[in-house]
Write a protein that binds this ligand. Structure first.
Ligand SMILES: *Cc1c(COP(=O)(O)O)cnc(C)c1O
Length: 367
């Protein structure tokens, strides 16, 4: 079986350095808020070219904390609206709901699966305070267009970078450095994955960064003094140390995925399989390689018979989820079409040439 994502093999590539990092943390006797966290935060801020990187417990918390900080600073209030893509992973939307703000769903462009800038204007009301673009599957949104709309309407831009570590625009600017703040996830299967849960926030805003640092640590800047009713969402020393190891080879691994993606894009020639639209090579870091097929379930069954494991990202659109009953009667046709037709093919830095050959061969033989 060709695995969809072989996390065992991916982490085996770094085994020696990961064990070294583990021993260093074990022997330090210091496990929370120490030098490993500072080191990783500095490295990741430098990678994104942002002034701050703040480690947190996971990607959902990263987004929740950004919105929460804007509430504490009096920029957002409950009932305000945030524009978010209708086909995103549910976490982007949960982060808004968790703060008692209102998610306003806007449809994506079907060819890129990313927020359609042309549809944002119509969704803006007097209550809109922010746009939350998601660089879905690893491809940057059209940030120049989104930023100009945001500027025109005085909206904050909060990037969801959970799938887009290292994606760059034509000037080399990286995901996480376009908006006012960005949330990253280091869930094990993400482009940069910890060996457990982890996340981070990047921003260039001093006041926002200070507020978030307090909020994630019980609302406290100074031990035993609580300015806010905060939460506990710290990135621990061990995960930070492991992430430092894996950050070193992130770009190399992305390069391998780009080569596989480029083979898929040129060699898959089955007219029933619609390939993703890529605007710029560097803008895509291929967290997922997502195709669209009308008879998706047949196609997936066929690939399983050919020993090729695939995954659907995602089978149910957010507005059809039980958690959002109030939206269940609404229709978002593009999003629904995407959820009915998408299938993610295996793509990772540990795949062999013969595995890629087998996948392309099988797809081209399907009819
Ligand atoms: C994974 C993911 C998140 C949440 O990250 P966690 O670390 O799992 O909490 C948020 N948004 C998107 C788009 C994601 O893919």
């Amino acid at each position: 079986m060709i695995k969809f994502l072989d996390l065992y093999q991916i982490n085996q590539m770094h085994k020696t350095q990961l064990i070294e990092a583990f021993e260093r943390v074990l022997d330090s006797g210091w496990y929370i808020m120490g030098s490993e966290l500072k080191k990783f935060e500095n490295e990741f801020a430098s990678y994104c070219d942002t002034k701050y990187c703040i480690g947190v417990a996971n990607g959902l918390d990263a987004l929740i904390l950004i919105i929460r900080a804007y509430k504490e600073l009096g920029v957002f209030k409950e009932g305000d609206e945030i524009i978010v893509p209708s086909n995103t992973y549910i976490a982007s939307i949960l982060a808004i709901s968790a703060n008692n703000l209102v998610p306003v769903l806007v449809e994506p462009e079907i060819s890129t699966y990313n927020l359609d800038a042309a549809k944002i204007q119509a969704a803006i009301t007097t209550k809109t305070v922010a746009i939350l673009p998601v660089h879905l599957y690893g491809q940057l949104c059209e940030m120049d267009k989104l930023l100009s709309i945001a500027k025109q309407h005085n909206l904050k831009v909060i990037e969801d970078c959970a799938q887009s570590h290292g994606a760059t625009d034509s000037s080399g600017k990286r995901a996480g450095n376009f908006g006012d703040a960005a949330g990253f996830s280091f869930y094990p299967g993400k482009n940069l994955g910890a060996l457990g849960d982890a996340g981070a926030i990047t921003t260039n805003d001093d006041v926002l960064a200070e507020t978030i640092k307090a909020l994630l640590n019980y609302g406290s800047h100074i031990k035993y003094q609580n300015k806010f009713k905060g939460i506990n969402s710290r990135l621990d020393e061990l995960q930070a140390a492991l992430l430092s190891v894996k950050l070193k080879t992130l770009d190399q691994e992305t390069e391998v995925k780009r080569e596989i993606a480029s083979r898929y894009l040129t060699e898959i020639k089955n007219p029933k399989v619609i390939l993703p639209d890529v605007k710029l090579q560097e803008a895509h870091v291929w967290h997922l390689f997502v195709v669209r097929v009308q008879q998706r379930d047949d196609f997936q069954r066929y690939l399983t018979e050919k020993q090729i494991q695939t995954v659907i990202h995602y089978p149910i659109p957010p507005h059809k989820q039980e958690a959002y009953k109030e939206w269940n009667n609404l229709t978002y046709p593009i999003s629904e079409k995407i959820h009915n037709e998408v299938l993610s093919l295996p793509i990772s830095a540990v795949m062999t040439t013969s595995e890629v050959d087998a996948i392309i061969g099988a797809i081209n033989k399907w009819y």
